[in-house]
Design a binder for this molecule. Sequence first.
Ligand code: KG4
Ligand code: ZN
Length: 340
Amino acid sequence: MRLLAIETSCDETAAAVVEGGRTILSSVVSSQIAIHAAYGGVVPEIASRAHLESIAPVITQALDTAGVTMESLQGVVATRGPGLSGALLVGFSVAKAIAVARKIPFVGVHHIEGHLCAAFLEQPVQFPFLALVVSGGHTHLYHVEGIGRYTTLGRTIDDAAGEAYDKCAKILGMPYPGGALIDHMAAEGNPAAVKFPRPLLRDGTLNFSFSGLKTAVLQHVAKHPVAIPGQEANDLCASFQEAVCHVLAAKTETAIRQTGAVRLVVAGGVACNSGLRKRMAALCAELGVELHIPPPSLCGDNAAMLAVPGNYYLTHDLASPLSLDVTASWDMDRIKEQLP
Ligand code: KG4
Ligand code: ZN
C-alpha cells in the first residue's frame, strides 16, 4: 500500500509517503523549534497555529519529493495521540479530509507506537521483543508481541528522559530543546566529574524517575556556577548524561534478564543520544541480544514511522471510523483490546 502519513502531535509538522510500511519515498519534517525558542518550551496555541500554516506545504513537498500524486495514494495515517490536542487536531482532520476526498481508508495511530515501529523502516524486527522508548514525554519499557500488542513493563513516575535533558539545559541557560546540545558537550567532558544520583536504580521495579536528577543539577549549579562554553560545563553535561544512561541501561538489562528477551528496540528522540547508543550496543553485545536503533533521522518526530503500524492496520482491515477523535492521553496497553 502507498500511504501518506501525517504527524502533528507536538512541535514538528511532518508528512511522508511510504510504500508497504517499509520503503520511504519521502519524509518531510518542518520544525517549529525556532518559533517556541523564545518561550523556553512549546506553547500549545502557537503550535496549533504553526501546524495550520505548515501542513499543506509540508504535504505538497512530501508528494513532490516522492514524485507521486494525491490520486495515487491508497491510504492515510495520522497520529491520533498522545500530544497537544489542538496540534493533533490539525494533522488528524487533514488526514480525514484527504481520505474522504480520495475515498481511501484512514487510520489514527499512537505516537509512541510510531516511534517504536521506526526500527522496521531499516529492517524487519522479529516479534516478540523488548522496547525502550525514550522521548520528551515518555520513558517506557514495553514487551512487544506484535503490532498493536504492547505491555508496559516499566515507566517514568515523573519526568521523561528527554524532559530531564531539556530541564537540565534550561538550568544551564541553554536553548530548548537541549538534549542534542548536552550530548554534544558531554562528548568533551569527564563523566566522573560530578556524582549525580542514580534514581530508583535498586528499587526492584522497572520504573524510572528523573525529577530528582534535575534537582541535583539545580543544586550543583547553585553551589558551583558554570560558564558556557567551558570545560566545567562539559564535565557537568557528561556527568548528567552518565547518570541518565546508567539508569536507562541498568533497567533495560534487568528487563532483558526478567523477560528473557533476545531482541531490543530503542526508540524516540533520546535514542539519538550518542552515549545511550554506545551503552546499549555494549549491553546487547555482552548479553547476546540483537539491537535495533533507528538512524537518528527516524528517532526524532517524523511521519514515516507512522506508516509502519498504519500499513499493518490498513492491510488487516482495521481502518479507523471517520468519527474517531484525537486523544491527548492514550495508554498503549489498551490498543490490543481493539484488535480482533
Ligand atoms: O521523540 P521526540 O522527537 O519528541 C517527543 O515525542 O517527545 O523527542 C524529543 C526529545 C527532546 O526532549 C530532546 O531534547 C531529546 O528528545 N533529544 C535528545 C537528543 N536529541 C533529541 N536527548 C538526548 N540526546 C540527544 N542527542
Ligand atoms: Zn515523539
